[in-house]
Design a protein around this ligand. Structure first.
Ligand SMILES: C[S@@+](CC[C@H](N)C(=O)[O-])C[C@H]1O[C@@H](n2cnc3c(N)ncnc32)[C@H](O)[C@@H]1O
Length: 495
């Protein structure tokens, strides 16, 4: 396959804008917006083939686009002063919709008492002058937020943006973080974020290297104000925290990534140690605040940091890690989420008896527990009952051959790795008396396959080899027992 084809294929396989995102089907239409908002008109030009476009290197153009999108599509009044980080609305909406998915996923326990009103409450770390996440979350989904920040300009403008929108202002609290150390960060206007514009049937500008005005701000004497510990009160409960962290390690590094005029001051863009250090600090804080948040989340700008941070999470004893990729235009970002709450023993997704394939997911596995460990346990599970089974480590399968008596023996007896509290319920269709199986024929095959999904998540599938096997029902019951045994071994963590 030629490299062009490979590239095309890779692009086709990339995740795209979240389906709930307002712009997934209807990208912003610059020409239409310009016809409605005269202040936007001067920023829209038409290319020779008639496509409307804006100059992505013009901060005023990107800011005006964000302003009209927030007004037109979200009824939000919004503004930021020159040089502050200007968010792209479709990109930021993707993060909100991913959080929505996480909260509705029931991966972690919902039984812990959390607030009495059942409303979703989030904490936006570093909300910025733009206050984009609380504004979007409140207007799209009615969520309430605390948005924190360290700089005077961010606090002042976040508050202005909240107060300009009385329909959501009750839902958003802006919280100033006091820096203990002397504020010695340097001030640079016009640092550019490595963030690419979205869009649409509209033309995307080529990426340009822009001159940076780094002034004389070479100080590395960054202050280290708190992030969550010391900011979140003991009695506060949040469904999630979110963060678009300062990505860059230094002003120099920030200067290497000029792509668009999205603004961004040093306080917004730079943290000594970059996003890796910033998110590591959130992880450390999360170990102290594990009972204050259901989910901790952060955006990540560099895929290379995802591995390091995921390992760090397993080290500190989280129960689950989730990752996602946010793609918009040619820009990718990653989402990282974790929790310390018990993961829910997911309802078995095993198909009904008589169906020949069944599956379940094992989530929240520790780093040391890979597909091979699970596969070995599958083999032991059956071998310990004296069943004939073959493990194939290339295809990650275990083939089991069982008779009616073998099945009865497994379903009647406790296995060394079976959880004692198994709640297997015999059904009238496949079980005749108590836990024994009414099986009329003799021998049949079951293949168990283990697939790696994302780090920490495996898919286990069972397929009955003979489509008409009368042991299908028994295999289904045994598969459920296997699921329980594996969950008890691999997915149970103390919190
Ligand atoms: C990349 S900006 C994100 C702004 C906005 N959330 C967005 O997505 O456009 C990072 C923000 O984190 C803030 N920040 C830096 N250190 C912080 C801390 N310790 N606690 C809270 N915010 C902090 C910066 O002032 C800046 O506003």
């Amino acid at each position: 396959m030629g490299s062009k084809n490979k590239k095309r294929k890779r692009q086709e396989n990339r995740p795209t804008i979240h389906p709930n995102n307002k712009y997934s089907e209807n990208p912003p239409d610059f020409a239409h917006l310009a016809s409605l908002y005269p202040s936007f008109q001067p920023f829209v030009q038409f290319s020779h083939n008639g496509y409307p476009r804006i100059d992505w290197t013009d901060f005023n153009a990107t800011r005006e686009l964000t302003r009209v999108l927030l007004l037109h599509d979200h009824s939000l009044n919004w503004w930021i002063p020159d040089g502050q980080l200007c968010p792209t609305v479709p990109n930021r909406s993707n993060y909100i919709h991913w959080l929505q998915d996480l909260l509705s996923s029931n991966i972690i326990s919902n039984t812990v008492s959390w607030g009495d009103d059942g409303k979703v409450r989030g904490f936006d770390i570093g909300t910025g002058a733009n206050c984009i996440y609380p504004l979007l979350g409140a207007s799209l989904l009615g969520w309430s937020f605390v948005g924190s920040d360290v700089t005077d300009v961010a606090i002042e403008w976040a508050e202005r943006n909240v107060n300009s929108n009385p329909h959501v202002s009750e839902l958003i609290e802006i919280r100033r973080i006091q820096s203990n150390a002397s504020a010695t960060t340097s001030c640079v206007e016009g640092l550019l974020q490595d963030e690419e514009p979205v869009l649409s049937g509209t033309e995307v500008e080529p990426l340009l290297d822009l001159p940076l005005e780094l002034n004389s701000c070479q100080s590395k004497n960054y202050h280290r104000p708190p992030i969550l510990v010391g900011v979140v009160r003991d009695d506060e409960k949040f469904d999630f925290c979110m963060c678009n962290p300062p990505f860059f390690e230094s002003l120099e590094e920030a200067g290497l990534n000029p792509k668009t005029a999205c603004g961004g001051t040093s306080e917004e863009m730079v943290w000594s140690g970059g996003e890796k250090a910033f998110i590591t600090r959130i992880i450390e804080d999360s170990t102290q605040l594990k009972h204050n948040f259901r989910w901790f989340t952060s955006m990540i700008g560099r895929k290379s940091n995802l591995k390091f941070l995921t390992s760090k999470l397993w080290e500190v004893g989280v129960t689950v890690v989730k990752t996602t990729e946010f793609v918009q235009g040619r820009t990718s970002r990653w989402g990282l989420a974790w929790s310390f709450l018990p993961i829910v023993q997911q309802k078995s997704s095993i198909s009904l008896p008589n169906k020949n394939t069944m599956s379940f997911m094992l989530e929240g596995l520790q780093r040391k527990d890979g597909a091979i460990n699970v596969l070995e346990d599958v083999k032991s599970y059956f071998s310990l009952h004296g069943l004939s089974c073959t493990m194939n480590t290339s295809s990650f399968t275990v083939d089991v051959v069982a008779t009616k008596d073998d099945c009865n023996s497994i379903l009647k007896n406790e296995m060394p790795i079976i959880d004692q509290s198994t709640d297997y319920q015999p059904t009238e269709t496949n079980i005749s008396n108590g836990s024994s199986v009414n099986i009329s024929c003799d021998r049949s095959g079951l293949r168990i396959s283990v697939f790696q999904q994302i780090p920490g998540t495996l898919l286990v599938k069972g397929s009955v080899q003979d489509k008409n096997s009368p042991l299908s029902g028994a295999f289904s019951a045994i598969f459920r027992k296997l699921e329980e045994a594996l969950r008890n071994k691999f997915c149970t963590r103390s919190v």
